[in-house]
Ligand binder design. Structure first.
Ligand code: AMP
Length: 505
């Protein structure tokens, strides 16, 4: 036995000369090159003192070599710990102190700033990796042998720790095993019908589960080719589409591409599948995309802790505004958030999931872990949702985004859907803001068309006939854009802070 996940990758690898990755700068890596490169990376890590079970943390820009680092970690038996490139030195210090990696890899330009932080956290080695095959790690790589005897790692051993984005409280390290990753990628290859003929447009960051595991592992296990882009550039994506068959993106990819005149059925003719996840796709975006390209976007639902849980079907209806059915091998149920009791079909509760995809717990947080699992092994996702009569799962928001006004629960998505349907509205976010009488006052933050003749009064009046009084926004605020993170998620915590004094002024 070698390293479990890498063994699965190796067993399924196509011919050595098949291209695995084509970088935006024209550089390419074949499957043979990937095997050699990951061996060199594993060798380099071992020479730096990395032993099986050690963590290797990396805050680096997206590059093919960063993927080799991930695979090198698998082969060296190390636990890969990718960090968002947006994190500040103070945040990095927290992660390094918490995870105690043997090696920390960062960008050359950041080394000066981060070396002190790493020393404070007790990290023995700081290496650098740039986007031009440069940095001290690449020197070690060049000197390492082209073959490596993989460390023995079983299905239950840790492959990675990914810190959750932690918009409330401390960020937690989700411990993901070799089998969590392997089983989910194998399921997705089958469910989404990936084959060696697939060519994937990859414009997602690779410090997050979406770009790293969903996109990369799935393509590796399919034996397909990845077109690697540093970020979403609509012009470039449209140029790549005639050579690609599929794209995975966050909803903002789709809304941005829809703003491009070049998005036509002809441009998307060669594509077989567009997948969206990480944040809710507006039903409107789904419809527009279909009208413009002839393709129905396939929306799926997952999270850092669980990999992918549910997906709309490959064949059959891809229903806008839903995240489809539990994937094969995954069980999902809706429970009352407080009592934990089953709720009748169609009613809203917290989504709980169980399966080989679900992580084993939070790094060094046994109490937090215990609190988020039920005794029968289901993980409490914290997402609120319901299952409709056809079995499709609908997400209505994060539990922490629930608004409680005058003692009544208001599910933001229900109000957002009504506002989004009004003429002239582009999108909206509904939040709860402290209110002396109601506890929280429902507040809508709305992006409108520049030319639209709507204001606070017209929105409130239009909702009067559509929503119960307690769900209607007490205030409507217009903004140019909603604050979003790199994964396209609306940052409601920022909105709540911005408007915290709205009702007390
Ligand atoms: P992350 O751990 O960063 O991947 O974030 C996971 C969270 O993103 C989930 O718990 C959901 O709240 C949200 N999410 C992911 N996919 C979807 C989706 N298709 N629709 C709505 N929310 C989603």
């Amino acid at each position: 036995m070698g390293s479990f996940l890498y063994d699965v990758i190796r067993r399924r690898a196509p011919a050595a000369d098949k291209v695995f990755l084509e970088n935006h700068d024209g550089a390419a890596i074949t499957y043979g090159g990937l095997d050699e490169g990951s061996a060199r990376m594993a060798g380099a890590l071992a020479r730096l003192g990395v032993q099986p079970g050690d963590r290797v943390a990396a805050q680096v820009e997206k590059s093919p070599e960063a993927l080799l680092l991930y695979l090198g970690c698998l082969r060296a038996g190390a636990v890969f710990l990718p960090l968002n490139t947006a994190y500040t030195p103070a945040e990095i210090e927290y992660f390094l102190t918490d995870a105690e990696p043997r090696v920390f890899v960062c960008d050359h330009a950041q080394k000066e700033k981060l070396a002190g932080v790493a020393a404070k956290a007790g990290v023995a080695r700081v290496e650098t990796l740039g986007v031009k095959r440069d940095g001290s790690l690449m020197e070690a790589f060049a000197n390492a042998p082209a073959e490596f005897a993989d460390a023995r790692r079983g299905p239950g051993d840790l492959a990675a720790i990914l810190y959750t984005s932690g918009t409330t409280g401390r960020s937690k390290g989700a411990m993901l095993s070799h089998d969590n990753l392997a089983s989910n990628a194998l399921t997705l290859v089958d469910y989404w019908r990936f084959t060696a003929n697939d060519v994937l447009i990859h414009a997602l960051p690779i410090y997050h589960t979406h770009g790293l595991f969903v996109a990369t592992n799935t393509m590796l296990l399919a034996g397909g080719t990845i077109l690697f882009q540093p970020k979403l550039d609509a012009d470039v994506i449209l140029k790549l589409m005639p050579r690609a068959t599929t794209m995975m993106g966050v909803p903002t990819f789709y809304t941005r591409l829809l703003q491009h005149k070049g998005l036509t059925p002809e441009a998307a003719k060669h594509m077989r599948l567009f997948i969206s996840g990480s944040a809710p796709l507006l039903a409107e975006t789904h419809r527009e995309w279909r009208a413009r390209t002839g393709h129905s976007i396939l929306e799926r639902y997952g999270m850092t802790e669980t990999n992918m849980n549910t997906s709309n079907p490959y064949d059959g209806d891809r229903v806008a505004g839903t995240v489809g059915f539990p994937l094969p091998g995954v069980s999902a149920r809706i429970r009352d958030a407080e009592t934990g009791a089953d709720v009748p079909r169609g009613e809203i509760g917290v989504i709980e999931v169980k399966g080989p995809n679900v992580f084993s717990g939070y790094w060094r947080m046994p109490e937090k872990t215990a609190a988020e699992f039920r005794p029968d092994g289901f993980f409490i996702t914290g997402d609120l949702g319901k299952i409709d009569e056809r079995g499709y799962i609908h997400i209505v928001g994060r539990g922490k985004d629930l608004v409680i006004s005058g003692g009544f629960n208001v599910y933001p998505k229900e109000v957002e859907d009504e506002i989004d349907a009004l003429p002239g509205v582009i999108e909206s976010a509904v939040i709860g803001v402290p209110h002396a009488d109601f506890g929280e006052g429902v507040t809508a933050v709305v992006v409108r068309d520049k030319a639209a003749a709507i204001d606070e009064k017209t929105v409130i009046a239009a909702l009067g006939a559509r929503l119960a009084k307690f769900k209607q926004p007490k205030r409507v605020i217009f903004v140019d854009d909603l604050p979003r993170n790199a994964m396209g998620k609306v940052q409601k915590n920022i909105l709540r802070e911005t408007y915290a004094k709205l009702f007390s002024a």
